[in-house]
Each structure stands twice: as C-alpha cells, then as structure tokens.
Write a protein that binds this ligand. Structure first.
Ligand code: IDP
Length: 161
C-alpha cells in the first residue's frame, strides 16, 4: 500500500480549494476536480458540507467589513460546497492562475472562472492566495486527521527525476 507521503518537501505544498455552492448546484464539481487532477496535483482531502456563518467568518475574516460581506455570506451558506486540499509543487500559485481573476468578467478564458462564471458574486471556486493563508484556511476547514498522506505512483512522470 502507498501509505505516507515520501515526496520531497517542495512537492508537499498544499492549498485549500472550495467548489462554491453555485458550482455544486450547476453540477460543475467534477469539472473543477478534473482540472486539478489532470494538471498533476494530488488530492489529499475532500468533503461536501454545508458551511455555517462561524466557519465563513473565520475563512473570510479579511472581508468582514466589506459592503458585500452579507451577500457573500448568504451565497456561501446557500447550499452545500465541496472543500478540498490539493498538494504539489507551487500549488498555491498555480491554482490561483488556474482559477483566474476574482472578477469573472475579466477572468481569462481557459481559467475556471473565465470558463464557467459570469459575475464576481457567483465565481464558482475559492483558492488560497498564499502558502501562509493556505495553512490557516486548511485548519479552518479540516481536522489534521482528515488529510491523507499518500505516495503517488506517477511522481516520476509528473515531475521528472
Ligand atoms: P478571491 O476569491 O479571488 O481570493 P477575494 O477578494 O478574497 O477574492 O474575495 C473573496 C470572495 O468574495 C470572491 O471570490 C467573491 O466571491 C466575493 N467578492 C469579492 N468582491 C466582491 C464584490 O465586489 N461583490 C460581490 N462579491 C465579491
């Protein structure tokens, strides 16, 4: 069995991705997962849940004073979302690039938001914006023992020697 993550530390960077409630309703979960999986990132945690205000107040603590925060809270609690932790080299930066601009209207074609979303208030996904933020956010959404360390059999083909 491939238990334990034996990859070098630079391949073990982790980020939090949320497939937001609009994407769950629109049946886009598989599509979002497929992009990260196909890129070569490693899925190390995933769950479907209904988020509550307490969790979102922590997750979005930087935005609590913004005028759109009540609408953001209503959106993010409107239905279940999928929380995932993805791992790999430079995963935080690469994932932000794959997600695209916050404002869907200017998100580049080929990005998740540029391909699946029309408006900033329904922008399909969240991805952590720095390694430090990712560590903090993963702690809000997952218990330590919900992260599965596993050895991926294709590492040499994904990263080279
Ligand atoms: P990010 O999700 O691209 O990191 P943030 O600025 O951290 O962008 O904003 C968090 C989330 O808040 C956005 O993804 C979006 O759902 C929502 N949001 C940001 N700006 C606006 C706005 O002007 N109107 C409505 N919702 C917004």
């Amino acid at each position: 069995p491939r238990h334990g993550d034996t990859a070098p530390p630079e391949l073990q960077e982790k980020t939090l991705v949320l497939v937001k409630p609009d994407a769950v309703q629109r049946r886009l979960v598989g599509n979002v997962i497929q992009r990260f999986e196909r890129r070569g990132f490693k899925l190390v945690a995933m769950k479907l849940l209904q988020a509550d205000q307490g969790l979102l107040d922590k997750h979005y603590q930087q935005l609590r004073q913004k005028p759109f925060y009540p609408a953001l809270l209503a959106y993010m609690t409107s239905g279940p979302l999928v929380a995932m932790v993805w791992e790999g080299y430079n995963v935080v930066r690469s994932t932000r690039a794959m997600v695209g601009d916050t404002d869907s209207a200017t998100a580049a074609a080929g990005t998740i938001r540029g391909d699946f979303s029309m408006h900033v208030s329904r922008n399909v996904v969240h991805a952590s914006d720095s390694v430090e933020t990712a560590q903090r956010e993963i702690g809000f959404w997952f218990q330590q023992d919900e992260l599965v360390a596993w050895e991926s059999g294709d590492q040499d083909y994904t990263y080279g020697p």
